[in-house]
Design a protein around this ligand. Sequence first.
Ligand code: MN
Length: 248
Amino acid sequence: MLKMFRRGVLLAGATAALTAQARQAAAQATVPVQVRIDPVYPFTVPPLTYAANANEPYIDAQTMDLHHDKHHAAYVANLNAAVKDHPQVAAMKLSEMLSRLGELPEAIRTPVRNNGGGHANHSMFWMVMGGHGGAPTGDVATAITRDFGSFAQLQSDFNKSGLGQFGSGWPMVLVDQGGKLSLVARPNQDSPLLDGRRVLFGNDVWEHAYYLKYQNRRADYLAAWWNVLNWPIIAERYAAATSQGLAI
Ligand code: MN
């Protein structure tokens, strides 16, 4: 600390500030912008970065359209309505609203939990899809093998978790700042952000996510979903999580 202080004094103030800024910008440039966005009020539905039919034949375009444009939009509208008359809450980022839920006015805790969780969960969901599936590579693959035994074992455990979720919810893989992965299932729209944790990827097993195409065959949907995962984006989420840059 002393050394840093001395150097700061020796350098001209403006130069020191510029250098620090340039250094920060360079560090942040290694983490893609998309994974660093912590949404703020007024909340909006993030546009899909791929066509609604990009996940076919595994997830049909009509389901994508309804899910993104209607279901997610409703969570966003309800979240905005819940916080609009609470300036101190509206000034918080989404991750803060959820991790500090107990500090919020009691009247809006449930709507923020449900709709803020819904906004965070779906924003993650769109981001990790639109890909070509296959197997993970690099650090994510190493972490999966280390923490679950193998990719096949993770898929099996994850699908079992999603199938066993009574009613609506999400099977998810969490990632901590050390890069350790764990599997959880959360009911309704409960987000791991409520506990200050971060999701690497997760699947939506609400019926609205699959009923048009799969009807009651949730197991088939869970099995098919791996084909649309975007591993390069998941790798970026992993890199961000381990450098404390994964926003939601
Ligand atoms: Mn959904």
